[in-house]
Design a protein around this ligand. Structure first.
Ligand SMILES: Cc1ncc(C[n+]2csc(CCOP(=O)(O)OP(=O)(O)O)c2C)c(N)n1
Ligand code: SF4
Ligand SMILES: [Mg+2]
Length: 351
């Protein structure tokens, strides 16, 4: 892949995080996407989230499929591990990497075509298995890279740039993730960095399958009147259920909100999420209520954003498989070959 490296110099007074890194240390190469593409804003939010969390870049593995969205990992976290896989196959590659080394932070980056069309089966299985990851779909309702065909998330009745009306029903990936057992589900908008950055931080800290559907307008093929994934449409129909602050386990906990109800959600690692509810009745731990809420608002033409669901007790694939704490790729001969006495005991147990 061709790419343009970014100049290394930066302003000496750039803010630094706990590790002494600046934003620049979380960047990648210069984006080659169309100017104004929503995906670039998501890249900026991922950089901001990782900077604010003081993540060590070498502890992150970015895995993607194929598409404009799947190209974006080249534009952030240039010092992290990365694998640009095959169209629709990111989930199985990520699952394999995660099983081999549970110690890394996994970022799965995909598109609506990548996840809801060719990769729909893979998407379903990675969610139902509960792989510990942050799975981000940069959802523009079209196959951007191949020049704007409707994807499976395009709404029925929406209009393509060429004037064609979509007659197929759409797939709502957030609703699917809820149904399939994801333990953290959120939706946001690439143009709302204030909402998106804390959601990405919370998803990264979540120990389980975290799914983020981010509406990300394609300015080249899906930003016209009649599209339901354009900047104007999303701004007009966005219904935020909550606003989020992430209080990392390392930081002192002080929450001060002048208005609205605040719900503190404690995660497994001790980090806390402060959710300012906008919809007074919204219950963050109720999977079925979240599904109803999504469907009801979708039928009214509204796009619900915010954190939609967090499981009380998230479990990940390693817990289900009872794998050892040590990453499998670090096991040596001693751990892998416990000796003939242990083998005899196992064989005896099977007789
Ligand atoms: C196996 C395979 N089939 C088809 C393609 C052609 N192809 C490349 S990207 C793409 C769609 C990408 O759409 P999406 O995932 O929504 O990403 P976007 O470009 O919109 O960000 C298709 C069909 C391919 N590369 N590989
Ligand atoms: S074609 Fe669309 S999705 Fe691809 S870079 Fe351009 S604006 Fe972004
Ligand atoms: Mg797309």
């Amino acid at each position: 892949m061709t790419y343009i490296a970014k100049p290394k110099f930066h302003h000496p007074a750039l803010p630094k995080n706990d590790l002494g890194y600046t934003h620049r240390d979380y960047e990648g190469t210069i984006s080659t996407l169309c100017a104004g593409c929503g995906h670039d804003s998501i890249t900026a939010s991922i950089i901001e989230a990782c900077f604010e969390l003081s993540i060590e870049p070498h502890r992150v593995a970015k895995i993607s499929g194929i598409g404009c969205s799947s190209k974006t990992p080249t534009y952030f976290l240039g010092n992290s591990h990365g694998f640009n896989s095959v169209h629709g196959r990111m989930p199985s590659v990520l699952t394999g990497a995660n099983l081999a080394n549970r110690d890394l932070i996994y970022l799965g980056v995909s598109g609506d075509g990548d996840s809801a069309s060719i990769g729909f089966g893979q998407f379903a299985h990675v969610m139902r298995r509960g792989v510990n990851m942050t799975y981000i779909v940069e959802n523009n309702g079209v196959y951007g890279l191949t020049k704007g065909q409707f994807s499976a998330t395009a709404d029925r009745g929406s209009k393509s740039k060429r004037g064609v009306i979509n007659t197929d029903n759409s797939i709502d990936l957030a609703a699917m993730a809820l149904q399939l057992g994801a333990t953290f589900v959120a939706r946001s908008f690439s143009g709302d960095k204030k909402q998106l950055v804390p959601i990405i931080k919370a998803a990264i800290e979540h120990q389980g399958a975290a799914f983020l559907d981010v509406i990300s307008p394609c300015v080249a093929f899906n930003n016209h009147a009649g599209s339901t994934k354009s900047f104007d449409y999303v701004r007009e129909h966005n219904e935020a259920v909550n606003r989020l602050d992430v209080i990392s386990a390392r930081a002192p906990i002080a929450v001060d909100y002048p208005e609205g109800t605040v719900q503190i959600v404690e995660q497994h690692d001790g980090s806390k999420l402060a959710l300012r509810k906008l919809g007074a009745d919204y219950e963050i731990h109720d999977r079925y209520a979240a599904m109803n809420f999504l469907q009801k608002h979708a039928s009214e033409g509204q796009i619900v954003t915010g954190v939609l669901y967090i499981a009380d007790e998230p479990q990940d694939l390693h817990t289900s498989l009872k794998t050892v704490q040590m990453p499998l790729n670090a096991l040596g001969e001693k751990e892998l070959c416990p000796g003939s006495a242990a083998l005899d005991r196992i064989n005896a147990g099977l007789r």
